[in-house]
Ligand binder design. Sequence first.
Ligand code: TMP
Length: 303
Amino acid sequence: QLKKTDVVPLLMNYLLGEEQILVADPTAVAAKLRKMVVGGAGKTVVISDFDYTLSRFANEQGERLSTTHGVFDDNVMRLKPELGQKFVDLKNKYYPIEFSPNLTMEEKIPHMEKWWGTSHSLIVNEKFSKNTIEDFVRQSRIVFKDGAEDFIEALDAHNIPLVIFSAGIGNIIEYFLQQKLGAIPRNTHFISNMILFDEDDNACAFSEPLIHTFCKNSSVIQKETSFFHDIAGRVNVILLGDSMGDIHMDVGVERDGPTLKVGYYNGSLDDTAALQHYEEVYDIVLIHDPTLNVAQKIVDIIN
Ligand code: TMP
């Protein structure tokens, strides 16, 4: 007689057999997977970062692709080089701080607030219209990871909520999903920075509170209480992220079920300290993975 959980060792064999997949504690991962399989789709919620998690970090040639904010760097550079350069200068200044191994999170936070604040002011002062931004997205270098469309559609088909928790720009993710999938799947919920538009559809402000890389936790989900209450029965969480700031995105979930944390590592393989840190905070670490394969396999066995 086959048991539901018999699929878990098969998935574990796959995870442990791949050189690019690191699982520091296989026993703990197998235990989480068993709970998730027993609970099934009805007890599951997926909480995912967007930039460089659902979207690709680099193209086949190894060139860095765009984040949601990066949509402005590229397009504005083309139309208004002076303003475009300001976005690029900000990125060149602050991105190394975001990923610096020599600064604590507390030390990084004021810099992140400055980066987001300045970048958002530039967008609002320029009063970009909704149409212009939709056009920017169409011409952007945001690329879905391989299998991302199927993954999002599979979650929708199985009625598993997908929370996209992003310190990027939520509207840009919405336009991107609309353009790639034809519509935003019903199961998708956004926690992100939203550009607010005036009556003429020109950008006039950003939603509050500001969400930057290191406040993707209880400090920004107060206004999401009713959403998390609605999904209160979903005690098992699959969390997908790519940075240290993503590991507490499950704080809104009211429960004591497991969170399986899957982390994309986009950094250098020579940086063994960083890699080790990822292994400590993520259950499964995917090295330079341009696909959603592992997440899809997990969802497949849960159904
Ligand atoms: P997230 O992946 O945690 O949601 O964070 C969003 C990323 O966006 C983060 O790595 C920093 C990046 N970013 C830009 O590229 N340009 C910007 O102007 C800002 C404010 C952030």
